[in-house]
Ligand binder design. Sequence first.
Ligand code: F6P
Length: 417
Amino acid sequence: MKLAVLTSGGDSAGMNAVVRAVVKAGILQGCETWVVREGYEGLVRGNTGVEQQDPVLPPPPPEVHIKDDNFLKNFRFGDGELLKDGTGDLPTGRTLKGRYIVRVGWDDVRGWITEGGTLIGTARSKSFRTPEGRMAAAYNMIKEGIDALVVCGGDGSLTGADVFRSEWPKIVVSLREQGKITEEQSKLHAHLKIAGLVGSIDNDMSLTDLTIGAPTALHRICESLDNINSTAISHSRAFVVEVMGRHCGWLALLAGLASGADFVFIPESPPETNPWEDEMCAKIQRHRDMGKRKTIVIVAEGAHDKELQPIRADYVKDVLSERLGLDTRVTTLGHTQRGGKPCALDRIWPTLQGIEAVKALLEATPETPSYMIGICENKIARIPLMEAVATTQAATKAIKDKDFAKAMSLRDPEFVD
Ligand code: F6P
């Protein structure tokens, strides 16, 4: 199998661990391994440049196969840290200009498990959303002989992968008719195998317990809240902290639990009363009356009231200042939540998920559904991708329909209790 991996959509900690695991597991299973730079955009652009090899380098390693007992001896270490210098070139002299689909070896992903963001780049590709873009992407993959793809991204990116897979047979026929690929290539590449891994700090995908990057982002928020707590206590101040999460309140809710916040606003469970100001003020005043010297209110970026009117951190600050007389500040944590080194969980789970993705692809047939490799009750699980996407989208729709109990249960059934 010739296997490529790409990252798509917003970056998240743990994406590099996925790429590393897919590459290493692929090699150990006898696959040829590739990375695609800049997400789907890289697939569409393909390879126009010529990969140049430094003439003093030894020749590339022979095809390595797990059945070869000596396979470890055959690895050529020293290809080194693909793209890490940001120029797109390998330190050993392989020039990658104009090349988005790059063959990689064991050592190209060395050390990636500890790195934040995604070293192969990510993008929100407009061209891949068009049929012409997907046709170009398929052509570029077939040219390199790639027949399997691992995509690590959010629900939009994974839906894109499933659409691509279902259109693939028709695209192949069309490429053959246009004379762009040979009869033999069209037979060899009649079907595409895909596997999806959810990379998102928001933990917003249903049917999996955790998305890749969510534990790190939560940890980052908790560290910031610890810092805010100490200054808040010193001045007996209130802080309104805005956290990311798009339509999902997981980061805000769990950060509230982990830091002992006084009040948390999340999209799935707006304040019980509307207007909500009295409800919030009564709770906070009670905490102050009990002797609390600081007040922390967390606002998820997608928070709103029961009528779907947005709740903004600045407005919450005004309410706390004017009604309770609290000296209040607003802190927006922004992209500090998304960057930085992955925590242990965002190294361990993505590694196991990457290995499982390779296994799922090796076992895939044209009849098996596209799988999302998720986590269910502490076990790695293959979940039909489109079922997970549909449930996620139903949760977002339930919020728009003001059916908040349904939204909560679709996000995470266990949380309802
Ligand atoms: O989906 C991840 C996320 O970080 C959301 O929490 C946030 O709403 C969004 O991406 C921010 O996107 P951008 O980096 O494009 O501003």
